[in-house]
Each structure stands twice: as C-alpha cells, then as structure tokens.
Design a protein. Structure first.
Length: 89
C-alpha cells in the first residue's frame, strides 16, 4: 500500500479540523502570529486572496445597488457582553 503524503501536516482534517487548518495556514505561509493577542498578520499570498474576495464581493454589491461599509476591527467588550445571550457555543 502506498504511503499517504502528508505535506508536513501531522494531523488529519477529519481528526482535528482546527489544528489541521492552523497547520495548513502556517505551512502555506499564509499568515503569521502577531504580538497582539488574537491578531494575525496576513502574508502576501493570503492578502492577494483577500483582495480577490473583496473584488468579487464588491462587484456583487454594486450589481444590486448596495454600498460597502467598514466596521471596526476591535469591538469593546461591553458591547460583546450585550450580545452574549444571542450567541451559543
């Protein structure tokens, strides 16, 4: 039986999706951890992917007459706490 290639990953997608995804992002050099807790640095290839997503989505919005909006990246904890009753999981 042929040995299955792992591409440097040491976990299977079906066994631990979160760890598998983290390893894919790191091995593909798509993002790096930041010194700011909870934030990641998007590297050039992942930023190019993001720009393409924005371009496609912007086109879809414009076709329907909608406009883009930009919201803050960081939301104050007191506002999140107001919404905690609505969030499960």
């Amino acid at each position: 039986m042929a040995k299955k290639q792992t591409l440097g990953l040491n976990v299977k997608k079906n066994d631990n999706l979160s760890e598998w995804y983290t390893q894919v992002v790191q091995k593909a050099e798509l993002a790096d951890y930041s010194s700011v807790s909870g934030c990641m640095v998007l590297r050039p290839n992942s930023y190019a992917i993001w720009e393409n997503i924005q371009k496609i989505f912007d086109s879809m919005l414009k076709k329907t007459g909608h406009k883009n909006a930009y919201f803050p990246l960081f939301i104050p904890e007191h506002l999140l706490m107001k919404e905690k009753e609505h969030v499960k999981g």
